[in-house]
Design a binder for this molecule. Structure first.
Ligand SMILES: Cc1ncc(COP(=O)(O)O)c(C=O)c1O
Length: 456
């Protein structure tokens, strides 16, 4: 049986559909990161998912080219995950995470710590990528303070970075659309230069050759602010939301060296690259660079129940473990940290990854996937193609005066033809579940090719 056979529909999947109750207004739901008015004129509703596919409310089967939202790495409705959630809901719905715990939280933290690079073996749970980012930034600040280096308060992000939507995340983030409506955000933040360099690197297969020296912009910030004021640098190893920006060869190593030289913590935001997306459990392993903290979410629980986590070096954790033993060491946490349903879902997820070798499957498919995506070179308006593991970005030239419209029209066109993609600006992003088969990669790319031609 091939991995994609798991989604062979039952005798009549339509029987299982639950349509929206007639007469329900669409007005009340203010949708996140959505063109609400356009959507409500032309709604797109999913009502069922299995394996590599969604089904729409009108019964159409749609190939999932983006793992839901970069999170359903093992494919949809996988039995071990479904059963784990069902059993946990019946056994214990909730356990308070402050001064109390439940066994699965420890089991999961232990399992996660075995997947992360050596040394990152302490795990703090959250409920999303955004919360994981805030947690990591607060940990970095508090870490320096408990060590007596409380002047290190500055946080460094990167242009074109995405670190979720909370105030810390948008402050270190570098997407203007996500920042400009929200005032001045955190003070004491600065940004590295982004690494996008189409003049030198357009159509690179895998990691681009040029741009390691862009990491030196951290030296410029150190010269400007002084290392004694800088707590941490946060970057995505591969930037996803700003259009799939793969790190130039040597760039992350250089960033690591500069952080080490100046006592600055290096945080990798692996919310999309974690859990097999680039061919190893984490991108830090793919690129051979170990940060001090890894921010994760999405693939941790296969998107089935919200969950995030931050893995940190033991030395960071241990720095907090001083003072009287009955006192709380880190004043941070969420009501739903290590929620029993999320832990159960994540344990089912990790078991599925292990059973099917999914955390390295992107490495096996990378050559085929990369070649397929790069076959779009030469199609109308395609100005760059980027890829790593099972991630692809196809950048299109914008329609004059209507940025993002060409890519959005292509997204709608593909959706009508049974393929779900995602767009950011004028880049089309592909990040399918790791169970994808070669024939489905062809379907994904050929459907996109047709849409690109139709919208030339
Ligand atoms: C790199 C990165 N960090 C953080 C986030 C935020 O995660 P969430 O939407 O779960 O808060 C995302 C979401 O796409 C992301 O791609």
């Amino acid at each position: 049986m091939s991995l994609s056979d798991i989604d062979a529909p039952t005798a009549n999947p339509l029987q299982a559909f639950v349509a929206a109750p007639p007469g329900v207004s669409m007005d009340a739901y203010w949708m996140p990161f959505t063109a609400n008015r356009q959507f409500k004129k032309q709604p797109r509703l999913f009502v069922k998912a299995s394996g590599m596919h969604y089904w729409t409310d009108d019964g159409r089967k749609v190939l999932d080219g983006v793992a839901g939202l970069w999170c359903v790495n093992a494919g949809h409705a996988r039995p071990k995950i479904v059963q784990a959630i069902q059993a946990q809901a019946a056994e214990m719905d909730f356990a308070p995470p402050f001064q109390m715990a439940h066994p699965k939280a420890f089991e999961l933290a232990d399992k996660v710590s075995k997947l992360t690079p050596a040394g990152l073996n302490r795990v703090f749970f959250t409920n999303s990528g955004s919360e994981s980012v805030e947690t990591a930034l607060k940990m970095a600040l508090a870490y320096h303070k408990v060590r007596g280096e409380g002047t290190r308060t500055r946080l460094i992000g990167r242009e074109r970075g995405y670190h979720g939507v909370n105030f810390g995340g948008i402050s270190v983030g570098g997407m203007v659309g996500n920042r400009k409506q929200f005032g001045t955000m955190l003070s004491g933040v600065d940004h590295l230069r982004h690494t996008h360099d189409p003049k030198r690197n357009a159509f690179s297969l895998g990691q681009p050759e040029f741009g390691a020296e862009l990491a030196d912009s951290l030296e410029d910030l150190v010269a400007l602010h002084d290392a004694s004021t800088i707590a941490a640098v946060i970057v995505e190893p591969v930037a996803g939301s700003t259009g799939v920006l793969v790190p130039p060869k040597g760039y992350l190593n250089r960033l690591r060296e500069i952080c080490d030289k100046h006592g600055i913590l290096l945080i990798f935001d692996e919310v999309i690259t974690g859990f097999g997306r680039t061919g190893q459990p984490f991108a830090s392993q793919t690129f051979g660079v170990t940060p001090d903290m890894i921010v994760m979410a999405k693939g941790l629980s296969n998107g089935a129940v919200p969950m995030g986590a931050v893995a940190v070096k033991q030395s960071i954790h241990d720095a907090f473990m001083n003072g009287p033993e009955h006192l709380i060491e880190f004043f941070h946490g969420y009501t739903y940290s290590a929620h029993p349903l999320a832990c159960a879902a994540a344990l089912g997820t990790l078991a599925t990854y292990e059973d099917e070798g999914l955390l390295t499957r992107a490495g096996d498919l990378q050559a085929y996937f990369g070649e397929a995506v790069h076959s779009l070179r030469g199609e109308p308006n395609v100005i760059d193609i980027r890829n790593i593991g099972l991630v692809g970005g196809v950048e299109l030239s914008p329609i004059a005066g209507s940025p993002a419209k060409r890519a959005f029209d292509i997204f709608l066109d593909c959706y009508e033809r049974g393929v779900l993609l995602r767009t950011t600006g004028d880049t089309v992003a592909l990040s399918p579940p790791l169970i994808i088969e070669r024939g489905q990669i062809d379907q994904l790319v050929d459907t996109l090719r047709g849409a690109i031609r139709r919208h030339a």
